[in-house]
Design a protein around this ligand. Structure first.
Ligand SMILES: Cc1cc2nc3c(=O)[nH]c(=O)nc-3n(C[C@H](O)[C@H](O)[C@H](O)COP(=O)(O)O)c2cc1C
Length: 184
């Protein structure tokens, strides 16, 4: 099984990154392969609302940036992982800008192409206790599950994390992430 991961944290040494690493290690134990994209390294322009994608005037988007190669990996994946810290009560701008570009997967009648039926996992980190920003996980579950018709395969909410290394002091969270990967 192919897994593709999108990390919305700008910290490649942060909590999301470590939890992703643990999830991937768990998945690899089961023989799965995974590709991780740190969105901070990718050039992803904002959606222009031109609707050229919905009109099928272009394959994915009028922008010639890193979204199209990532979309090809996404299409080849069985499972998609969205990871983000909570920023001002929401997913990060990095992840949101990337996610806006998913309008390309919606048909003009809002039926869904390409991603429908794939499995998804969410990882959300926060400075506050984990359940304080449950709505961020609920947001991702709604849009990936209800709107994009993907199948929920697990969610990890990790709170009380501030400095990049904090998660290393939380073996419970690293174990939970690894178990999520193993269960895929
Ligand atoms: C700009 C900014 C906004 C943040 N907003 C929130 C917030 O609204 N709620 C919260 O609990 N933590 C907030 N945080 C803290 C991060 O969510 C937290 O440190 C998280 O564990 C970082 O994850 P990372 O290590 O994967 O980058 C914010 C941090 C930054 C830099």
């Amino acid at each position: 099984m192919n897994i593709v991961v999108f990390n919305g944290s700008p910290r490649k040494n942060g909590g999301c990154a470590a939890l992703i690493q643990a999830l991937v290690a768990g998945a690899q134990k089961k023989g799965h392969t995974a590709k991780v994209f740190h969105l901070i390294d990718q050039r992803v322009e904002p959606c222009l609302a031109c609707y050229a994608c919905m009109g099928r005037k272009v394959e994915f988007c009028v922008h010639d940036d890193d979204f199209t190669p990532m979309a090809r990996d996404l299409l080849a994946a069985d499972t998609v992982v969205f990871a983000s810290p909570v920023y001002m009560g929401q997913i990060t701008g990095l992840l949101k800008t990337f996610f806006d570009r998913w309008i390309t997967f919606a048909e003009p009648d809002f039926s869904i192409r390409h991603v429908k039926g794939k499995r998804f996992v969410t990882i959300v980190t926060s400075g506050a206790p984990a359940d304080r920003f449950k709505e961020v996980t609920d947001y991702l579950k709604y849009w990936l599950g209800e709107f994009f018709k993907m199948r929920h395969a697990g969610s990890l909410m990790a709170g009380d994390l501030h400095d990049p290394g904090d998660v290393q002091k939380r073996p419970d969270l690293l174990r939970e992430a690894e178990a999520l990967g193993q269960a895929l």
